[in-house]
Structures are given as structure tokens and as C-alpha cells.
Ligand binder design. Structure first.
Ligand SMILES: Nc1ncnc2c1ncn2[C@@H]1O[C@H](COP(=O)(O)OP(=O)(O)OP(=O)(O)O)[C@@H](O)[C@H]1O
Ligand SMILES: [Mg+2]
Length: 150
């Protein structure tokens, strides 16, 4: 029987990502799996050529993005993990979301990725968002794609 040991849940903090996370939590409870919840910051201010902004301003922007991500993780932790005995870790990385998610899964031996079919943009007419599609195609492990609620 397939028993995942480490489940990776990528989140863009959308409603659909929350919905997928809740399903991943149920699986983790059932299988006694660990969880990694990852957000990829695609706007890495440290690497952007904002020649018109000074260092102090760049640091301020960087800190406010980091603050926003940490607040979102805290909300997820309070809302979904309180009172649950699941070993879990919140991770922020920088780069292109799909490549970072795939690399993280490889390096950390995640054996299941759980994510929604669509995220933040949820464009009508496309069944898969671009991140989900790329992750499903190139992931080193199984991917459970959660169909969003109507
Ligand atoms: N920056 C990100 N960090 C972590 N996970 C992400 C990120 N962006 C997307 N994802 C994951 O992919 C899921 C689906 O989002 P995706 O980007 O594929 O679709 P979309 O936003 O609806 O469409 P688009 O292709 O226009 O971005 C998200 O809910 C999340 O699980
Ligand atoms: Mg997106």
C-alpha cells in the first residue's frame, strides 16, 4: 500500500491552496506523514535590478514581503494545525515556483505533492494553472491534484 512519509504542499495562499492543504492534512494524519508547506517568493527584490531604489528601500520592500509570508504561514498554522499532532515545517524559497517546488521535493525526499488544479489566478477555461501543470509533468514523486470546490 502507498504510504507517504513526507507530503509537500506548495501554497500561493489562495483559497484553492488552502483547500488542498486541508486534504493533505487529513492524509498526513491518516498515514503519520510529515509535512512541508512551501511558498516560493518569485519577486526576489535582492536579485531585481531596481537601480532607481536605494539599498534601504530595497531592504524595506524585502522585509515587508517576508513579513507578509510569515503572517500567512502563521494564519495557516493557527487555522489548520492547532491541536493536531503532525510534524510540519513552513518554508520560503526564492526563484521560479515550479522549479523550486520540484527541487525541494527531490532534495528533501518528499514522496507526495498535494496541490490544487488552479491557484490565485484561476483563469476560466484552463483546467490546470501553469505551476500545477509543470509540477505534475516534472515532479520526482506522485502528485495529488485537488479539484477546486465549485
Ligand atoms: N509562488 C508559489 N509558491 C508555492 N506554490 C505555488 C506558487 N504559485 C503557485 N503555486 C502552487 O500551484 C497552485 C496552482 O497555482 P498556479 O500558479 O498553477 O495557477 P493559477 O495561479 O491559477 O494560474 P497561473 O498559471 O496564471 O499562475 C497553487 O495553489 C499552489 O499550490
Ligand atoms: Mg499562479
Amino acid at each position: 500500500m502507498f504510504r507517504p512519509k513526507k507530503i509537500l504542499v506548495p501554497t500561493d495562499f489562495s483559497k484553492n491552496a488552502d483547500y488542498a492543504l486541508r486534504q493533505a492534512i487529513e492524509m498526513a494524519e491518516q498515514f503519520g506523514a510529515k509535512m512541508n508547506i512551501i511558498h516560493v517568493d518569485e519577486k526576489n527584490t535582492e536579485k531585481m535590478p531596481f537601480f532607481f531604489l536605494d539599498d534601504a528601500k530595497l531592504t524595506e520592500i524585502h522585509n515587508s514581503i517576508e513579513g507578509f509570508i510569515n503572517d500567512e504561514f502563521k494564519k495557516i498554522d493557527d487555522q489548520y494545525f492547532k491541536g493536531k499532532d503532525i510534524e510540519h515545517e513552513f518554508i520560503t524559497k526564492h526563484g521560479h515556483s515550479h522549479s523550486v517546488i520540484i527541487e525541494h521535493a527531490k532534495e528533501n525526499k518528499c514522496d507526495l505533492i498535494v496541490m490544487p488544479s488552479k491557484g490565485q489566478s484561476a483563469i476560466e477555461g484552463f483546467f490546470f494553472g501553469s505551476t500545477t501543470e509543470k509540477v505534475a509533468r516534472k515532479a520526482p514523486c506522485s502528485v495529488f491534484i485537488v479539484r477546486e470546490k465549485e
